[in-house]
Design a protein around this ligand. Structure first.
Ligand SMILES: Nc1nc2c(ncn2[C@@H]2O[C@H](COP(=O)(O)OP(=O)(O)OP(=O)(O)O)[C@@H](O)[C@H]2O)c(=O)[nH]1
Ligand SMILES: [Mg+2]
Length: 304
């Protein structure tokens, strides 16, 4: 299956909940009247685009209607497609591979897909010719290191790990030393998603961050926040907590396959000001894509 087909398949539930409902509304409406606009607004909110972003989109639709740029209901979908693509656009989607090593810290609550994402990205960058290593900074959960080691084998990336309960900062320190010694170009750092409480988790991330900076002042070059698309607006609330502590440089939005809440991509950009850099569309090593706004919108609005 090609890149676009996989993305399109991954977004099929979102499309059913969002695009198809707009199409149905358009099909039933003859006038671009207040009823139509209110219904459209409901669909956007239900599609997890978020309140603030929905308001912004609706203002644009109303303004375009007033200026007679859109006159009939069936002109709304092409307008939305173009408008959403513009909202999502940004010049700096790519990751910066600029240090020796480049350190990429991966954060997020438990179960969102951090470890899986590291496996996928590790393999991707190895195939591009970089030497990649992983550091198992999640020492809280039993078997977390083992899971990362399995991904390390599959992705052919060396893993630095300590025993369960070890100090994550110590693992990170060793990871950096090993990456320097072995001339790795990229070091991915896995972190715990759950500790005894939120304050502890944030303290731990802060400590990990300080260790990285002490060893490599320009690092981490990226702090990727992993968010699970199936959680919709909850993902936005989670992101706000992480943004208070970690200087998040981008988002990995996982589990876009099998969710109707893909509209959350728009809210991440608009309400958090964060760029989605990667999207996950399955559990396998190749089931992810760089986030490309045009392709995403194309797949979101694609006809079956
Ligand atoms: N369908 C689907 N499943 C995914 C995706 N990414 C991860 N998963 C699954 O989500 C589950 C959790 O993934 P992990 O990578 O263990 O998540 P984590 O954030 O490391 O979790 P903790 O270590 O517990 O904090 C696993 O069963 C993964 O296979 C995705 O893009 N699509
Ligand atoms: Mg994990």
């Amino acid at each position: 299956m090609g890149f676009f087909e996989k993305l399109k398949n991954g977004l099929s539930k979102t499309r059913a909940n969002f695009t198809s409902r707009i199409e149905d509304l358009v099909g039933m409406s003859t006038e671009l009247d207040e009823d139509f606009l209110e219904e459209l607004e409901m669909i956007l909110i239900a599609g997890d685009v978020g309140m603030k972003t929905t308001e912004k989109i609706m203002q644009a639709v109303r303004a375009a209607a007033k200026k007679r740029e859109i006159k009939k209901p069936d002109e709304v979908l092409p307008f939305l497609k173009k408008y959403v693509a513009e909202l999502l656009h940004d010049g700096s989607q790519r990751m910066r591979i600029s240090g020796d090593p480049t350190v990429i810290l991966v954060v997020g609550v438990n179960g969102v897909g951090k470890t899986t994402t590291i496996g996928k990205l590790g393999n991707y960058y190895r195939l591009l010719g970089y030497k990649v290593m992983f550091a198992a900074g999640d020492t809280f959960r039993a078997a977390a290191s083992e899971q990362l080691k399995i991904w390390g084998e599959r992705a052919q990336c060396e893993v630095i790990a300590h025993n369960e309960g070890a100090d994550p900062a110590a693992v990170v320190f060793d990871g950096i030393k090993a990456a320097i010694a072995r001339k790795a170009k990229i070091l991915f750092i896995d972190t715990a998603g759950r500790l005894h409480n939120k304050t502890n988790l944030m303290k731990e991330l802060d400590k990990v961050h300080r260790v990285i900076q002490r060893e490599l002042p320009d690092a981490p070059q990226e702090t990727l926040l992993v968010l699970d698309a199936t959680t919709g607006q909850n993902a936005i609330a989670q992101a706000k907590v992480f943004m208070e502590t970690a200087s998040v440089t981008g988002v990995v939005l996982t589990k876009l396959d099998g969710t109707a809440k893909g509209g959350v991509v728009v809210a991440i950009k608009e309400e958090l000001g964060l760029n989605v850099k990667w999207i996950g569309v399955g559990e396998g090593m190749m089931d992810f894509r760089p986030f490309e706004p045009d392709k995403f919108v194309e797949a979101l609005f694609a006809k079956e």
